[in-house]
Write a protein that binds this ligand. Structure first.
Ligand SMILES: [Zn+2]
Length: 116
């Protein structure tokens, strides 16, 4: 974490739609997972980077960002098309098995640590 990353502005609605629908369809749980009741590790739960915008270009679009953490997002649906598209869902409190960093702010994504 903490790396500066160059990003491309704009809206890639086709690949976003395909990716979101793929992840939603990958949930084979019965009943289908929801924000309120889900199976741990369900493909509908996305771990997304939380970024700080470092630089904007002449059009005021972000061009470099710094990853400052990660958050868990439950994907509910893809809606709209073209530049009017949306990914609908909710950020959630979620625990993963990974090494955490105590210096990042609370985004709702947690790791476990043994203490004596
Ligand atoms: Zn599921």
């Amino acid at each position: 974490m903490g790396d500066i990353i160059s990003i491309e502005s704009g809206n890639m609605s086709g690949p976003t739609k395909n990716g979101v629908e793929y992840r939603i369809n990958m949930c084979k749980h019965t009943p289908s997972c929801s924000y309120y009741q889900y199976h741990k590790g369900c493909p509908r739960i996305l771990l997304v980077p939380v970024v700080h915008i470092e630089q904007v270009n002449w059009g005021e679009h972000p061009c470099t960002v710094k990853v400052v953490g990660f958050a868990a997002f439950f994907t509910e649906e893809y809606a709209g098309q073209g530049i009017e598209n949306k990914v609908k869902g909710k950020f959630m409190r979620y625990v993963i098995s990974a090494k955490g960093d105590e210096n990042v702010s609370d985004s709702g994504l947690y790791t476990a640590k043994l203490c004596d």
